[in-house]
Design a binder for this molecule. Sequence first.
Ligand code: SAM
Length: 352
Amino acid sequence: MNKRRDYLIGKLIASHSLGEGEYKELIELRDDEAALILQKEAVRLRKEIYGDKVFIRGLIEISNICKNDCLYCGIRKSNKSCDRYRLTKEEILSCCKDGYALGFRTFVMQGGEDGAFTDDFLCETVSEIKSLYPDCAVTLSLGERSRESYKRLYEAGADRYLLRHETADEEHYSRLHPKNLTLKSRMECLHTLKEIGFQTGCGFMVGSPYQTAECLAKDLKFIEEFRPDMVGIGPFIPHKDTPFRDYPPGSAKLTCYLLSIIRIIHPSVLLPSTTALGTLEEGGREKGILHGANVIMPNLSPTAVRNKYMLYNNKLSTGAESAQKLDELKKKISGICYRITCERGDAAKNIT
Ligand code: SAM
């Protein structure tokens, strides 16, 4: 029995909101019982809105070339052991072609901040995908760009943009990034994306170095207030060629706890069960689904580059590039009583 914990859980379930200090307490007071109550409510809400559907997104990792030097990231500029690549437009289109035949109706183009990705190149690629596959959504995850650039990409047909805020705590942000990258600029980008009309996704790593319960509370309050369409969270996993190589990985259990809380804060959110969660723990992705997540992003990148987009050690290549592999994934998901659907899967609207 923990009266305070039960009060906080009751308040969160009833109002989908807590004060920042209360989120901090909910994180600090967590135990198996709290996790179970939150999990049940998260699952109830996602079933009410999305039933047993799990949406799939075909992830195309278009480049591992990056001008940034984020301290946690395996494709950071300073990593001299990273074998760099960049896909051509034809290669990207070929991934979409294969993905479309398999049933994917969302393509996510993700990559480092690669200077070769000019607006012209990206707009041309996006509009070609959209004209070949008008029933598909295109999601971009290409980091910080100017308002002008985001606007052009939106006008070219891109529907969604994923830009994790990484941490909503300024001090923490500055310990994870070099000086030229600021939380202010990241947040400005997120607001701009939303204003332009993108379905916008934010998110953060769980257990990144120097993260405290206070940082996580700020992340949750930010999600509550910003009301993104998507939230990507996954455990931090160290990469051997980064300054954070010796830090421990984040916890799968805490990630699942936070997935449930995020589903309750924002019931209609699209919430991926991430590759990082699947990498950290056998069956991790399924666990994420069982805690309120409703999206999986299998890898559609060409097999030849798969191992080069190494954000962290032993990154799982959750490929569904063949009918056989997609069938395996479908079986795993039906094994936990959910169902992979090939729908485009936009966020449900008009729900708290
Ligand atoms: N460059 C784009 C951007 O900044 O949004 C997209 C690519 S970036 C590599 C995608 C995400 O990978 C980041 O937002 C970060 O949260 C995650 N990531 C990077 N390194 C990681 C690590 N060591 N462990 C877990 N996630 C990591």
